[in-house]
Design a protein around this ligand. Sequence first.
Ligand code: SAH
Length: 357
Amino acid sequence: MDEKKPELLSMLPDELEEYMKSIGEPRYRARQLFEQLHRGLRPEEMTNIGKATRARLAETSELHMPTIRKKLVSAIDGTVKYLFELYDGNCVESVVMKYKHGNTVCVSSQVGCRMGCAFCASTIGGRVRDLGAGEILGQVIVAQRDTGERISNIVMMGIGEPLDNYDNVIKFLHLVNHEYGLNIGYRHISLSTCGLVDGIERLRAEDLPITLSISLHAADDETRSRIMPVNKKYGVRALLAACRDYYEATERRISFEYTLISGENDTVEHAERLSQLLNGELRRNGAQHHGGMPIHVNLIPVNEVKERDFVRSDERAIKAFIAVLERRGIRATLRRKLGPDINASCGQLRREAAGQE
Ligand code: SAH
């Protein structure tokens, strides 16, 4: 049987060195190759590498650089949304957002998702497969090359649950942080999770100073289990305990995402429960940490998905919700919607493309 060929974008420089050695190439070529791959060049475009070497590369390795299947640019704020095609024809989405502090790319970690959140478009067809480390990296590389502007920040908030593809995500973090490559600092990377507690514990032990973002969406088990099935496995208390441990180990601020869904999780009652939970669970032992763990809640009016019948909260409910949090000393911001004209939130473009086939 054919042995599996190594994939070029998934290898760190020392692994690339081993591989180059195995095909009879000198070590220094590995660094050259790594640097150029991470700038978005394919071996056939690398003029400083001889023809014979390029032929050997093509023969003995694979390259899972995504290609742009579709690209939408917002006329309002310049947000760019990509539908990327992967080597096997599957598609994922990435979004480049332009902020004053730099360009941020939102990347996908899986084709589809198996977490089953009731309001989310990405999970509708289940999980098709995990992305390789090189395929996650490839989204950043191609986005940077195509926009022609440096990407300085990454959020893992696209399609998929990153902690459900743990090893490839960790490998991706090492690759994208590497000084010969994109060299993006861990502090400029956020990972968003629906709350896989064992994954959060493993991540804590990696000791990478990335920002953790928790998709909370409800503060009591009954409401949360109704909209997020993962909560039946890891309840709210266990999740918050994992967050506290993560903070104590890394001293990195954790942000909480809270999608406001009319009538479902957006009443004053829900806001009180959220305040109580965060103040109680996270600030309980806070004194030894500079006056307590800094808590930040991002409120996001739900994006209406055509397959789902959830409705976004109205202005009055949102204002009342924020007022409760403020009164209880919890900092909250209402997320500004970027790229409203291109429907830049993830998951829906891929479904459209799948529907056309
Ligand atoms: N699986 C990870 C990351 C992908 S989802 C996670 O759950 O965090 C990125 C964010 O978008 C999550 O906070 C998710 O709950 C939110 N989201 C999903 N569908 C949404 C919708 N229709 N409206 C608003 N936010 C949504």
